[in-house]
Design a binder for this molecule. Sequence first.
Ligand code: ATP
Ligand code: MG
Length: 341
Amino acid sequence: MAFFAPDIGIDLGTSNTVVYVRGRGIVISEPTMVVVDSNNKRNVRAVGDEAKFLLGRTSDALTVVKPLKNGSISDFDMTEMLIRYFIRKAIGVSHVIKPKVVVSIPVGLPAVSRKAVSEAAEVAGAKTVFLVEKPFAAAIGSGLPVYEPVGSMVVDIGGGTTDVAVVSLGGLVVAQSIQVGGSKMDEAIINYIKREFNMLIGDRTAEDVKLDLAAAMPLSEGRHVRIRGRDLLSPQAMDIEFTSAQAHEAIKEPCRAILAAIKWVLERTPPELAADIMRSGVHLTGGGAQLFAMDQFIATELGIPVLIAKEPEDCTVMGLGYLVENMQLLQNLGKQGFNND
Ligand SMILES: Nc1ncnc2c1ncn2[C@@H]1O[C@H](COP(=O)(O)OP(=O)(O)OP(=O)(O)O)[C@@H](O)[C@H]1O
Ligand SMILES: [Mg+2]
């Protein structure tokens, strides 16, 4: 039995949870999802990848729980269960000294929600919990010079939130989190199809349509897919032809909201740092950064270069991993780091 547990970084995302273990790197990347018995929530049937497989395929006897909404815990017990499951899967249980755990949170998360995250991680088996704001971790993970006296801008487009921040000298200078991300785009597609075609589609189909067809800017060559769903006017299944122009129309609003958040942060950025950003560009991270033409849309609207990070959905956890490997940096995090020692 190992005496000390290795320290861990957990990017607790609304869509995906990614776990980094000190000395080993990323060991887990699975959907933040649990399937339980409908009449007894304590009876967990599937977690992570297995739970996602069951999404849309469950009967009334089973319920799919997504315990995070917009980056915050909406179901405490399930979140704790999920963190416990991921810690065990990552490092096992046989350690005398429990691990230090670094967890990502959205910018500006209220104190009660911060407390809920650290309590969930503690109850799940952490010795000490450190909370790090997502765009700070994402900036480190995408290789930006966060500890230098230069301004860098990172936009982390996740499933539940988009976190925008200007980072300099090891801290956040200006930051904002909005509750708009990939899930809002999926919802927008569901609502559009309901409104225009009187057809109901599920979350999974909406996400597939987004990945296949949607773009932040109108595409020059149109494409289309056939989508199957439930007719809202009769008890039958139906299918429709859905075009890339319609997909763009559907997700326009969430894309505009992300752009507005970036503008809000830029307007409040001190001029010297803003000049650095004009030169080095806006760095996109998170799964939503891969939305077709998102980089082009922001670059065109703002007149600033926009770059998509490599492996954008892993940037946050890689940043947490860097902090886990260099724990002394966490002690210096000051305002945006929160240690409940
Ligand atoms: N190629 C793509 N095009 C558009 N969206 C994508 C693409 N790939 C992934 N996404 C979206 O990215 C989102 C997940 O991103 P990510 O894993 O960064 O979120 P998260 O960290 O779990 O959420 P959050 O940080 O908001 O809590 C999902 O909504 C997914 O549909
Ligand atoms: Mg995220």
